[in-house]
Design a protein around this ligand. Structure first.
Ligand SMILES: Cc1ncc(COP(=O)(O)O)c(C=O)c1O
Length: 313
């Protein structure tokens, strides 16, 4: 169950959690017309800090632009609102969900001037997405029988709510068959991504990941992994990956805001490498968590401390 907080940000104002309601006939409920983000705020020794908030808000505006949704806030305004939101809800660490959708008014498929665009932002406490144990042990996944979105159908550079109908099929099928997650192939049969994570493969000390053209979401954590690996002197190649590479890889892992960096220990019941977390995955996890928890330097300026309230006397 989601743990309610005090306030939700709506179109520039804070409202009570329970007042963040929409009409059943809002455009979004029939037609899936929403774009959103998922951002983590980590607890650090100097208070809560938001990880790559600017990049997430930029992607939110990009997601909207693709769907001709003109979100009336700048990246900086959204980032400032997010910091304020975490602060007013007095959370040490949390997940932040900005959400933009076509609201209640006209109800044809074609949005009109009478179909308002609503911008919300909520945050709440959230733990590990694939379970705390999974971080060390790794997860068992399958290749999904569902194909990820084909180019020229639903645009995957947009993190749109409608894309997650496909994600639900992947995730539900995996769960029904006893797997933690599914990896979907793209419309050409190459490795694409998990229902809510990007995928990386390690073979002979080199890292591979599907390119943006393989219908993946351009993950912020994906970008983080690519940069961290570079900083560690490990090559990351964005290339088409045949399905069978998952079976002969030394290591496979997921990246995502929710999943962070999660090792995969088997694919379709075939053990990945030695069937446990591999050394490159572990090294990347160590670097990642040291950075997001504020325990190591942040050379890329990814972690932004949530500003403390100015106290007036
Ligand atoms: C389908 C999909 N792919 C990849 C990701 C990872 O993206 P990010 O690292 O920006 O959270 C997500 C998570 O938002 C996702 O939903």
């Amino acid at each position: 169950m989601i743990k309610a907080t005090e306030k939700i940000w709506h179109n520039g104002k804070f409202i009570a959690w329970n007042d963040a309601k929409i009409h059943v006939l809002a455009h979004v409920t029939s037609y899936g017309s929403s774009v959103f983000e998922g951002i983590r705020c980590y607890a650090t020794a100097s208070g809560p800090a938001i990880f790559r908030g600017t990049e997430h808000m930029r992607r939110l505006l990009d997601s909207g632009r693709i769907y001709r949704m003109t979100i009336p806030y700048s990246v900086n305004e959204l980032v400032a609102a997010m910091h304020e939101l975490v602060r007013v809800n007095k959370l040490e660490s949390c997940y932040v969900r900005p959400l933009v959708f076509r609201g209640y008014g006209d109800l044809g498929v074609l949005p009109t001037k009478d179909t308002p665009l609503e911008t919300y932002m909520a945050c709440w406490e959230w733990g590990k997405y694939l379970g705390a144990e999974a971080m060390e042990e790794g997860v068992d996944v399958c290749v999904s029988s569902w194909t990820r979105l084909a180019p020229n159908t639903l645009p995957t550079l947009s993190k749109a709510g409608a894309n997650y109908m496909n994600s639900q099929l992947i995730r539900m099928e995996a769960a029904a068959n006893g797997y933690s997650e599914g990896i979907a192939l793209d419309a050409s049969g190459y490795v694409c991504e998990g229902s809510g994570e990007n995928v990386f493969v390690v073979r002979d000390g080199k890292i591979l990941t599907p390119p943006i053209g393989s219908s993946v979401l351009p993950g912020i954590t994906r970008d983080t992994v690519i940069q961290l690996a570079k900083d560690m002197g490990i090559t990351v190649t964005e290339t088409l990956i045949p399905r069978e590479m998952l079976y002969i890889a030394d290591e496979v892992f997921f990246s995502g805001t929710a999943a962070e960096i999660s090792p995969i220990r088997s694919v379709d019941r075939i053990p990945v490498g030695a069937g446990k977390r591999g050394p490159i995955t572990e090294k990347l996890q160590r670097e990642f968590f040291a950075l997001v928890e504020g325990k190591s330097p942040d050379p890329h300026g990814w972690l932004a401390p949530v500003a403390q309230p100015v106290t007036t006397r």
